[in-house]
Design a protein around this ligand. Structure first.
Ligand SMILES: C[C@@H]1O[C@H](OP(=O)(O)OP(=O)(O)OC[C@H]2O[C@@H](n3cnc4c(=O)[nH]c(N)nc43)[C@H](O)[C@@H]2O)[C@@H](O)[C@H](O)[C@@H]1O
Length: 409
């Protein structure tokens, strides 16, 4: 019932449906305001959960379509229901855990229905006596987390912009713990074939920066068309090519294992300057534009480089200030045609890819956008000293640098 009308359980299943009958589907979503790279982090937690589930049963992870992200602000672009293949190489993801796009889920499951939705939430009472313990319980939904029941008794929700999708049953789970804490619920408390975990960010990593984390992270290979755009830009404007820079990439991530320090990187400084909501909070660990420009000039001199590539979400007025004080800066500025092809998400990936290939990188404190660049450089085999650097707030006295997370192969 594509129009969202009555659910007809008597429908004749297609061959697809029959073939897929056995496996169970894990779907998930994230709190709406969260950004792209934080969502990538939640994917890693779900992939880890999948690994535990797969030890017991046949499950497949349904990739939540991208869309309506707060940070994607380019005008007149409808950025919704975007498939993962637009940004990532899905066969590479599949080499870690089985995944399918949402539309494949709809065709396999025979309709736009999700049998069981669990909304993950915290504990209303907070930590018990200030003590951390792992726990999970079915609880009444905290205000605002409920899904609305329609006239036919189905649950409506955002569902990634798929208006015809409906949930058949909804419950809330208070959780405090890592991703695999939900395994007993999925295996024992429900027999639903499709289960969605909403607010997936409430689950923590099973083992941050452990082998499963890194396998999942390495499997998040950027889509080839975006890497190619980045590579062409590097060659054209930054005199940077893989052979000379020693950043040759293996399309098969399971075979990509390079020694740290092998990669040299292109003859430019890579910079990620996170602005917008990072400066509105007047955070102490975020520098002013003039502070950042000073750091960039010092680094260029120290590293004997004359080019700087800047990735930023800065607003127009700050960009003007940057251009004035840093006239030599090089940016990837997509044409309207390119923007329509790649979307804001693709442009951000191109920015990340170019930063990942720089001789030296400096990013923004606690930005997951910068963290993902660190990881990409770690995969490429850069000396950690050239990667784990960040700008310091102008008034910051102790400017602790980012942690080096070594890949576990
Ligand atoms: C304050 C928090 O910040 C967290 O952001 P943080 O970790 O930096 O990183 P993200 O989760 O990626 O969210 C920031 C988004 O802003 C855009 N953006 C930021 N920097 C750049 C850039 O250099 N180039 C391009 N092209 N786009 C950029 C891009 O859409 C990116 O996904 C958010 O995930 C949280 O939801 C929350 O807003």
């Amino acid at each position: 019932a594509a129009d969202g009308g009555a659910f007809d359980p008597g429908q004749t299943p297609s061959a697809d449906v029959a073939a897929a009958k056995q496996r169970r589907y894990l779907l998930y979503d994230v709190n709406p305001p969260e950004g792209f790279n934080l969502r990538r982090d939640v994917y890693l937690r779900m992939a880890s959960l999948m690994k535990t589930l797969l030890k017991n049963e046949d499950w497949v992870l349904v990739l939540p379509p991208w869309g309506h992200l707060y940070h994607w602000q380019s005008p007149n672009l409808e950025q919704v229901r975007i498939v993962w293949a637009a940004f990532f190489d899905v066969p590479s993801l599949n080499k870690n855990v089985p995944v399918i796009e949402y539309e494949q889920y709809i065709s396999e499951s025979g309709g736009p229905f999700i049998e069981q939705i669990y909304v993950l939430q915290g504990y209303a009472e907070g930590w018990t006596e200030g003590r951390w313990e792992e726990k999970i319980d079915e609880r009444p939904c905290i205000d605002g987390l409920e899904y609305k029941n329609d006239k036919q008794g189905f649950y409506r929700g955002w569902f990634w912009g798929y208006k015809e999708t409906r949930g058949l049953s909804v419950a809330c789970l208070s959780v405090q713990g890592s991703a695999s804490i939900v395994v007993p619920v999925l295996l024992e408390n429900t027999t639903a074939q499709s289960v969605m975990l909403d607010r997936g960010e409430n689950l923590l990593h099973d083992h941050y920066a452990g082998k499963d984390y890194w396998d999942a992270r390495r499997s998040m290979v950027f889509a080839k068309h975006l890497r190619m755009v980045g590579d062409e830009f590097r060659a054209k404007y930054l005199n940077s090519t893989d052979e000379v820079d020693k950043t040759v990439y293996n399309e098969d991530w399971t075979k990509m294992k390079v020694k740290l320090g092998i990669a040299r990187g292109g003859p430019y400084l890579g910079v990620h300057l996170r602005r917008k909501d990072f400066i509105w909070g007047h955070r102490k660990d975020v520098s002013t534009i003039s502070g950042a420009v000073e750091t960039i000039h010092n680094l260029l001199e120290k590293l004997k480089l004359d080019r700087v590539f800047v990735a930023t979400d800065a607003a127009e007025d700050e960009l003007d200030e940057l251009k004035k004080h840093l006239p030599e800066m090089i940016r990837f500025e997509p044409s309207r045609e390119e923007l329509e092809l790649y979307n804001d998400g693709g442009v951000a990936i191109i920015d990340q890819w170019i930063c990942a290939h720089a001789r030296y990188f400096v990013g923004t404190s606690v930005s997951t956008f910068s963290f993902r660049i660190h990881e990409e450089r770690e995969i490429l085999g850069f000396d950690p000293q050239t990667t784990y650097n960040r700008f310091c707030g102008d008034e910051e006295t102790e400017c602790e640098q980012p942690t080096h997370w070594k890949i576990v192969y």
